[in-house]
Design a protein around this ligand. Structure first.
Ligand code: AMP
Ligand code: MG
Length: 452
């Protein structure tokens, strides 16, 4: 039986409710991430056993475990909710320095109107997309397993229930700090800041913690933009302190390049459109800064000055990350920043105007197969003597393309092949041509859904 740490439960009892997972009627392991299990020091053979599956379901825990439904607040689409929290999720404890967490494990006191459950499709979707993100080198929570619960749940139609077993550096969010700040208990806020710093920014005081999160998020969102990832629901409760991507609900990858792209069916105003992501990240970080104000200085005017100076670091850091990223995507070595910036801006304008598939463009460019409309641009680019072999190390061939994800979720027997492709995304392999190809023209507008 693995050991489960109780650090969060012990250090921050006010930040959650001690709780237990619901007993699944007929738990069945649908997918297990064996390399991740080994990385965590867990025995995949045991995890596949009946006892192991009950462990992964949260109902067979080691003595002394203290599972907790975490509390957090959050701005959802700009509107503040003081009490969100794990309505259908549970932190089982820590394995080493990382959280072992369930999603879909039953109602908790934070559930409000929800049923506390999750369906197989969306949990498999999170498994697939988060593991793809990891393979793409983008910081993310990981997926250890999906368990079918044997329970039928009510959604638009009836659906088979599931639990996602998630691993994260922690589940601390901007919303965790909003929750602690709103409690009015400055000592709790300080304990939370110390806990977060110890886990993610060792030695950092409150100001360095804020600086660390700002830098980590500027890097993360920069990586999203370079990869064409649209998170879809960048509420402050879905933004981590660690800088890992979290909560794969309505997320999706760009097909054709267009900054206005929105996939989420509920994002009617386009608040979380692809091109808005850096500005939204900065807005969310301002909410973190506000929450930390009592810790930044006894004089609140000075605290605001300090926080404002930190927030001003976001944009330059983000610009540097994307500049370096495009330099690599275009195989350019020591070419001046201004030249790379101009070349990138012109390329993005062309990609949009030509409605070009974003991901495959860079592989085609490296192979000398760019479309006709790009030839003048490509001539400028080639004059800079790009390293086209190096481009293939950073431009993926295989991403979880929307039409492929839908196909695999409609028929789970198609999932392993897609998972195999996207978890080794940079090496082109024979027999997988369809995983590299853009969506067929009949695929139409893609819509995604939250929660579920
Ligand atoms: P999410 O969209 O997954 O970030 O969830 C937002 C909030 O709604 C969180 O507090 C969740 O725990 C809660 N929530 C989402 N779905 C459910 C559900 N089926 N039952 C209970 N709470 C839920
Ligand atoms: Mg969430």
């Amino acid at each position: 039986m693995p050991v489960l740490g109780t650090r969060f439960a012990d250090e921050l009892p006010e930040m959650g409710v001690s709780w237990r997972a619901a007993e699944p009627p007929a738990p069945e392991l649908l997918v297990l991430n064996e390399p991740l299990a080994v990385e965590l020091g867990l025995d995949p053979g045991w995890l596949r056993s009946a006892d192991g599956v009950r462990f992964l379901s949260g109902v067979n825990l080691p003595d002394g475990a203290k599972p907790v439904a975490q509390g957090y607040a959050g701005h959802q689409f700009g509107g503040y909710s003081p009490r969100l929290g794990d309505g259908r999720a549970l932190l089982l404890g820590e394995i080493g320095a990382r959280d072992l967490h369930l999603k879909g494990s039953g109602r908790t006191p934070f559930a409000r109107g929800g049923d506390g459950l999750a369906a197989v499709g969306p949990m498999m979707r999170e498994y697939l997309v988060s593991e793809s993100m990891h393979a793409l080198g983008i910081p993310t929570t990981r997926s250890l397993a999906v368990i079918g619960t044997g329970k039928t749940i009510v959604r638009e139609n009836l659906a088979p229930g599931a639990i996602l077993v998630r691993i994260a550096a922690s589940h601390l969010r901007v919303g965790s700090f909003q929750f602690a700040r709103a409690s009015g208990d400055v000592a709790l806020l300080r304990r939370l800041a110390e806990h977060a710093a110890a886990r993610h920014y060792p030695g950092a005081g409150p100001l360095e913690l804020l600086r660390g999160v700002i830098e980590a998020q500027a890097e993360l969102v920069g990586r999203w933009m370079l990869t064409g990832f649209v998170h879809g629901v960048m509420n402050t409760d879905n933004m981590t302190i660690s800088g890992e991507t979290i909560d794969y609900g309505p997320c999706a990858f760009l097909d054709v390049f267009d900054p206005a792209t929105v996939f989420s069916s509920i994002d009617e105003g386009g608040r979380y459109a692809y091109g808005n992501q850096p500005a939204i990240a900065q807005w969310n970080l301002a909410r973190l800064a506000e929450s930390l104000l009592p810790l930044l200085d006894d004089d609140q005017d000075k605290a605001i000055e300090k926080a404002t100076a930190e927030l001003a670091r976001f944009r330059p850091r983000y610009v540097a990350v994307t500049l370096d990223g495009f330099r690599a995507k275009l195989g350019l070595g020591p070419v001046g920043d201004a030249v790379v910036t101009a070349l990138t801006e012109d390329l993005l304008a062309l990609l949009k105007a030509e409605e070009t598939d974003y991901t495959s463009f860079f592989r085609k460019l490296a192979a000398g197969e760019e479309p006709e409309a790009f030839s003048a641009w490509a001539k400028r680019w080639r004059a800079l003597e790009p390293d086209t072999a190096a481009m293939n190390d950073v431009n993926p061939v295989y991403i979880p393309r929307n039409h492929l994800v839908e196909e695999a979720l409609a028929d789970l027997s198609a999932l392993p092949a897609l998972l195999e492709a996207v978890t080794d995304p940079f090496t082109e392999r024979p027999g997988r041509e369809r995983f590299a190809a853009p969506a067929p023209s009949g695929f139409g507008v893609y819509r995604t859904f939250c929660g579920t």
